[in-house]
Design a protein around this ligand. Structure first.
Ligand code: NDP
Length: 331
């Protein structure tokens, strides 16, 4: 039988295991033009929380009692498609199922000899692209500038910081534990790190770490962390708004300082983005990320959780900061 994970309830606040339901179905067979896929790695991502809410967004919400979808790397077990061979590995937006069929639309072949399969969900996948394109297209870093990254030890943030270093910036990361801060500095080459859970005065901690002020703020988290960074933003600063995980589980609108005066006074550009806005640039961006990876200029960490049944818990753990780098589930 085939195991499947369905959305059972729409989470209220922080997601819980009750929000998901396991089901079994017959393993499907591939019809003409289709492939039968076996799931190998599943990406769990903070943005999936938004799809669990019945609200209008850039992607439609998941339906109750239907499988959850996310980025998946799968193996082609059987092919009745001219585009794929048995034994190929593919990545794409697929369902939380052990086995599934696909007509191949939206699937990309991935090279298991060029990189670890899980890398195609992280540094060579959606999160690597988000880091590269958000930083270069909106952040526009110049050598010598100061870049601050929140969610710095996560999948996107750890790549943003490293690219900032490659491009000659001073890079300061904000993350939620001393161990994560240590990894930012020792493994990813960040110049400084701030633990937002223990810092007594974030605004002052930023001012101390960035005495020249902040030129670029790559924002993954929003909320009070971002209030503190924006209080240190420089004239002509740029703020790529990538995510706001601190508010994804809010049941009421959170209120903070109004940003307009600081934006106007400092002529700051703040721009939200969705990585797919830049899909035309994906091929060249993947080439650049691959080159930096091969040259040893970029590296990555992953938190690999084992077992299909662990997918919901791995997703929930993102909101507790239990991951270092990209969180993936190995099936
Ligand atoms: P991460 O790997 O960064 O995992 C989430 C991390 O967020 C946790 O490890 C935790 O680290 C931190 N976190 C959790 N809760 C809070 C909180 N309340 N306040 C501050 N930090 C918190 O995830 P991704 O790298 O995949 O995603 C990072 C951000 O980028 C998310 O907001 C996501 O939605 C967004 N995103 C946007 C895309 C786009 O196209 N715009 C595409 C992909 C991602 P810690 O221990 O430091 O708290």
């Amino acid at each position: 039988m085939n195991k499947v994970i369905l959305l059972n309830k729409r989470p209220q606040g922080k997601p819980t295991l009750d929000d998901f339901k396991f089901a079994e179905e017959e393993i499907p067979t591939a019809a003409e033009g289709q492939v039968l896929l076996k799931t190998r790695y599943v990406s769990v991502d903070p943005y999936l929380r938004g799809r669990m809410t019945d609200a209008k967004s850039y992607v439609p919400p998941f339906q109750l009692n239907q499988p959850v979808q996310s980025g998946i790397v799968a193996e082609v077990l059987e092919s009745k498609s001219a585009s794929f061979n048995q034994g190929d590995f593919v990545s794409g937006l697929l369902e939380w199922k052990e086995f599934q069929v696909s007509d191949g639309k939206g699937l990309n072949k991935v090279d298991s000899t060029a990189a670890d399969l899980s890398a195609y969900l992280g540094i060579l996948g959606m999160t690597g692209l988000t880091a590269y394109l958000g930083l270069t297209e909106i952040g526009r870093p110049q050598a010598g500038e100061t870049l601050v990254v929140s969610g710095a030890a996560g999948a996107v943030g750890s790549v943003v910081g490293q690219i900032g270093k490659i491009l000659g910036c001073k890079v300061i990361g904000i993350a939620g534990s001393d161990d994560k801060i240590e990894v930012l500095k020792s493994k990813f080459g960040f110049d400084a790190g701030i633990n937002y859970k223990t810092a007594k005065d974030m605004k002052q901690a930023l001012a101390d770490a960035a005495p020249q002020g902040v030129d670029i703020y790559f924002d993954n988290v929003g909320g009070e962390v971002s209030d503190a960074v924006l209080a240190n933003i420089n004239n002509l600063g740029r703020v790529p708004l990538c995510g706001a995980i601190s508010s994804y589980n809010d049941t009421e609108v959170s209120v903070g300082p109004r940003v307009q005066p600081v934006m106007v006074k400092n002529s700051v550009l703040m721009q939200g983005f969705i990585v797919s806005n830049y899909s035309a640039k994906f091929p060249e961006s993947i080439q650049q990320l691959t080159r930096w990876l091969q040259e040893g200029k970029l590296t990555y960490t992953e938190t690999v959780v084992e077992g299909f049944d662990q997918i919901p818990q791995a997703f929930i753990d993102l909101f507790e900061g239990k991951n270092n780098g990209k969180m993936v589930v190995k099936v």
